[in-house]
Design a protein around this ligand. Structure first.
Ligand code: DAT
Ligand code: MG
Length: 179
């Protein structure tokens, strides 16, 4: 060794981690993605670490994450299909009332599996062991959002993230998770 590292070296890829790059792959198989958001009540109730931990331990891969307070406009777009529901106004207010954690997770059947991990929309219908079954009580304070189909996931990810915010990185546990 002995040679002095240049600035470029220090910030570039090293032996252990491939430099993250913008993901351009398709959405099938292990590349399927879903949009997950920890709602303002989940943040206030200190569930961020617990919820992220569940997705990590399951074996899904984190592709993007940000902490933000969403505008009513963005939330109205996100929940556009519910615009005629009586709870729509209250839902937009609650979701914009404090910071949320917006994430993209990737893996085989991640959309369907994440919905199972969340539980039912109403916490009272959610099995213990699910996030909503374990951590909340009322439907209008159900701590987490997850896309309900691959098509919604694509729309939601495009609404909440820019392409360059979605990172492709080499996950060293992949060979223990996929055959
Ligand atoms: P999910 O979040 O399980 O996909 P959804 O898309 O039907 O459920 O509704 C979006 C959110 O709206 C839901 O997470 C909580 C709120 N919501 C749904 N039904 C409600 C109701 N009957 N009263 C109050 N809020 C409700
Ligand atoms: Mg929904």
């Amino acid at each position: 060794m002995g040679s002095k590292r240049t600035g470029a070296d220090q910030h570039g890829p090293n032996l252990w981690t491939k430099q993250a790059r913008i993901e351009e792959d398709g959405w099938t198989g292990p590349n399927e993605r879903t949009f997950i958001a920890i709602k303002p009540d989940g943040v206030q109730r200190k569930l961020v670490g617990e919820i992220i931990g569940r997705f990590e331990r399951k074996g899904f891969r984190l592709v993007a994450l940000k902490f933000l307070q969403a505008s009513e406009e963005q939330l109205m777009e996100h929940y556009i299909d519910l615009r005629n529901k009586p709870f729509y106004g209250g839902l937009i207010k609650y979701m914009s009332s404090g910071p949320i954690v917006a994430m993209v997770w990737q893996g085989l059947d991640v959309v369907k599996t994440a919905r199972k991990m969340l539980g039912e929309t109403n916490p009272a219908d959610s099995m213990p062991g699910t996030i909503r079954g374990d951590y909340c009580v009322e439907v209008s304070r159900n701590v987490i959002h997850g896309s309900d189909s691959v098509e919604s996931a694509q729309k939601e990810i495009a609404l909440w993230f820019r392409q360059h915010e979605l990172l492709c990185w080499e996950d060293n546990s992949d060979r223990w998770i996929y055959e």
